[in-house]
Design a protein around this ligand. Sequence first.
Ligand code: GLY
Length: 313
Amino acid sequence: MQPKLIIHGGAGSSLKGKGGVDAVRRSLHQIIEEVYPLLLSGGSAKDAVVLGCKLLEDNPRFNAGTGSVLQSDGQIRMSAALMDGMSQSFSGVINISRVKNPIELAQYLQNSSDRVLSDYGATELARELQIPSYNGLTDLRLNEWILERQDNFQRSMAGVVAEPELAETSDRRGTIGVVALDTEGNLVVGTSTGGKGFERIGRVSDSAMPAGNYATKYAAVSCTGIGEDIIDECLAARVVVRVTDGMSLEAAMQKTFDEATKNQRDLGAIALSGDGAIAWGKTCQVLLAAYHDGNRISDTLELSEKAQIGVAA
Ligand code: GLY
């Protein structure tokens, strides 16, 4: 099979400033250029997804791993999940601190009998695996938090893209995600996030739930946006179940995003189907996604703000 790959670095209101668009595009395209060859050379979708998530987590521009937003108490707590469509197994960590790549723990948990761990248990596992302690705090995120603190945390969401010129103008929804289809026809999806930013301690993100990250052998979806909206729509699982029941990916995305729009949700998603269709959707103005369709790299950065869903064959 011809491998396919789609990644996202969040969604939100319009990317103001050309410099911002160019920088985000460069980051996303570089990651596609690094991950797609692994799929082409016969690497597994799972390895490609974990590598893609790690590269996105390591890029301080995006809200996951290094560059994660801070919660109301000024701490970083991250969540990540991995789902293998063929074995239909979901694994993840919720609200973990002081690790560089939460997706690595989700990967480890794929083969465990306890597959979703939260804060204390996830940290214990990191210690058992001798994963070094790591602080993903960046000056930009700290300054963002200090400004919000001065304003008594009036914003509902932190900036998804850590760009000084963008943070001022944007109210974005951060998370990263990768969906891959390998030469064997296996679909895998991974999602990782620092959360909404400024949230209450203990708030749980959609990213480590089937609402935000879900796959079968027929389709796989990673979501971004306001976690509560994604959970209320059960977005990823909703699209995947529709495709699994026989709908085309395009029709499933259209129906699901029509419903989400009607319900005034604020979210976005990327998707692949087992037959190689690539799709994305958004109810907000912009989705930071890029993909490789087997022939070339494209992205969704300059889509019309009104566009709701899109597909690539
Ligand atoms: N979608 C990320 C979050 O709301 O936590």
